[in-house]
Each structure stands twice: as structure tokens, then as C-alpha cells.
Design a binder for this molecule. Structure first.
Ligand SMILES: [Fe+2]
Ligand SMILES: [Fe+2]
Length: 308
């Protein structure tokens, strides 16, 4: 019998069932222990994070744009944040399921199964706020990298890159989303994710520090993280991308000015230092190798203006 080839771990390509499919009812009943009472009243283009969250209050071309253009830029960035969180949780469900099968002890298997339920709840709770969009996922280099890494068969690569580094990073990201969110329901939602995410991250740190890391795993880990760090070094390119989408082509001098006003060096530096601290805990030689490649150094506005 021909078996269907298993779908990608990220789940990014999975179709959504039609609303009248009976499976939806079973799922809704099974999710009932998850509090979905804060489901938002649907607005056309809600702004949960304002200009200051993105540093746009300091960008002169944004300040000079019409009110409608400013709203469009903020709307694109807000949707981007929600959409990214949704995709991360979607990939998390697949990742945890994969780790259930890769577990080395009964306790580990039980833990990952519970973690899978955490990510499923997060996904279900975010779904009222954003829609999964294959086109956006395909155009996003970070989500593409994530989809690639979760396919790895090397458990230590998965543990270090996804659980130690990216879940640690996600924890800080969700905390800042919660802190600056203007909507009470959504703010509480991101806050409610923190405890589970911290447990996911902590388990990764624990399991990785107990493991013997082969040099081939090291090399793969360094490769994955180098690609990721490069994305952080180039600064707030999404903010610049949203400006360009709404206001049209930006010349090189305009791009440099925007990056200067967004203070791209400080923006990247803070993030790179956080990532370095997450890696230093458990991966001393990994950090040294990445450091030697200059990957914890932010790009200047002039350098960063050539990307994006
Ligand atoms: Fe999550
Ligand atoms: Fe998680």
C-alpha cells in the first residue's frame, strides 16, 4: 500500500478545513479547557502596537506621511507581528510532536507531549487575531529558515537552535509584545504564553547540557545560527519594507536615513547580545565560532541599507 508522504513538520502548507466540517466541532469541544472568551470584536485593521513600538516616531519620512499612509504602515507591521507569532506556534506544534518521537526517556516523551498541547492552545488562541497565509510565509526569510530547521534529523541541532536559542528569544519577544500591546485581551494572551515558553526553553537548556555534542552537530548548529544572526544584523528591515510598500521606492540615501533614525545599530546590538547570552549558557564553543565570524556585530546603516 502506498503511504502518503508525511507533511512538513512546520505545518505551513496544511490546508484549513471548511467551516462546516464536523472536525471543527470536535476540535472546539476539545479546546474548551482553553479560555477563548477574549476573542476580539473584529475590526477592519486594528493597531495593537503603535508607532513608538517600531521606532517610527523618530522617522521623518513616516512623520511626514499622511495619516492614512501612517495607518497603512502600522497595519502592515501589526499584521506582520501577529502572523509571525501564529506561524511560530504552528511550527511549534509540529516540532513538539517530532520531539515526542525522538524522546530518550518516558518522562521526556510525556513532557514533549504536554508541550505540544501548550503550542496547540497558543495557536488556537492566536487564530482569531490573524490568518495563516502561505504567500506571506513563503516571502519571509525567518519563517523559511524555521521551516527548514524543524526538518533536521539531528536532535541536538533541534534542541539548541529551536529550544535554547529561538524559544529563549521568543520569550523576550512575547514579553515585549505583551508590555506594549494596547489591547487588554491580546496583552493578557501574550502574557499567558510566557510560563509555558519559559518551560520549553528551560527544558532545551537542560537536555542540551546533558548531551555529548558531536563535531558534525556543532557545524550544523553554527551554520543555522549564522544565517539567523545575519538576519538580525541587518536591523529593522521589516519596518523599512512596510514604509516602502506604502510610500513607494526608497532611494539609497533615504534608506540610510531611515536606518539611522531607527537607530539600527542599537536595535541590532541589543538583540545580538541577548542571543549571545542565550547561547553562552550552554554552547561556549558555538559562541566563540560565531564571534570569530563577526556575527554578533551589527551592520552600520550604510551596510544595512544594501539589504532587505
Ligand atoms: Fe508557544
Ligand atoms: Fe514554545
Amino acid at each position: 500500500m502506498m503511504m502518503k508522504q508525511s507533511s512538513p513538520v512546520s505545518g505551513f502548507e496544511l490546508p484549513e478545513l471548511a467551516a462546516d466540517n464536523k472536525i471543527n466541532r470536535v476540535l472546539a469541544a476539545a479546546l474548551q479547557s482553553c479560555d477563548l472568551s477574549d476573542v476580539p470584536v473584529f475590526e477592519e485593521s486594528p493597531i495593537y502596537w503603535g508607532a513608538a513600538y517600531f521606532g517610527l516616531d523618530r522617522v521623518s519620512i513616516f512623520q511626514g506621511a499622511s495619516e492614512r499612509e501612517q495607518q497603512e504602515i502600522l497595519c502592515q507591521l501589526n499584521q506582520g507581528l501577529l502572523h509571525e507569532s501564529l506561524a511560530i506556534e504552528q511550527a511549534g506544534v509540529g516540532y513538539m510532536a517530532k520531539m515526542v518521537l525522538m524522546a530518550d526517556s518516558s518522562q521526556e516523551r510525556m513532557l514533549y507531549s504536554l508541550f505540544g498541547a501548550d503550542e496547540t492552545m497558543h495557536l488556537a488562541q492566536l487564530q482569531p487575531y490573524a490568518k495563516s497565509d502561505m504567500e506571506k510565509i513563503a516571502a519571509d526569510p525567518f519563517l523559511q529558515l524555521l521551516a527548514e530547521i524543524v526538518e533536521s534529523a539531528d536532535k541536538l541541532v533541534l534542541l539548541f537552535v529551536l529550544q535554547v536559542v529561538l524559544e529563549g528569544w521568543g520569550l523576550t519577544h512575547y514579553r515585549s509584545l505583551a508590555k506594549d500591546c494596547s489591547d487588554q485581551g491580546l496583552r493578557r494572551l501574550f502574557q499567558s504564553f510566557l510560563q509555558a515558553e519559559s518551560r520549553h526553553h528551560g527544558t532545551g537548556v537542560m537536555l542540551f547540557s546533558q548531551a555529548q555534542v558531536s563535531s558534525s552537530s556543532q557545524v550544523t548548529i553554527v551554520d543555522c545560527l549564522a544565517t539567523f544572526l545575519q538576519m538580525v544584523r541587518v536591523g529593522p528591515q521589516r519596518v523599512m519594507g512596510a514604509i516602502a510598500t506604502q510610500l513607494g521606492h526608497l532611494s539609497r540615501p533615504q534608506r540610510i536615513k531611515i536606518l539611522q533614525q531607527l537607530d539600527t545599530v542599537t536595535h541590532s546590538h541589543q538583540r545580538l547580545q541577548l542571543l549571545k547570552a542565550l547561547m553562552t549558557n550552554t554552547g561556549g564553543t558555538i559562541v566563540d565560532t560565531l564571534e570569530a565570524k563577526g556575527l554578533f556585530t551589527p551592520l552600520s546603516p550604510e551596510e544595512a541599507a544594501s539589504y532587505g
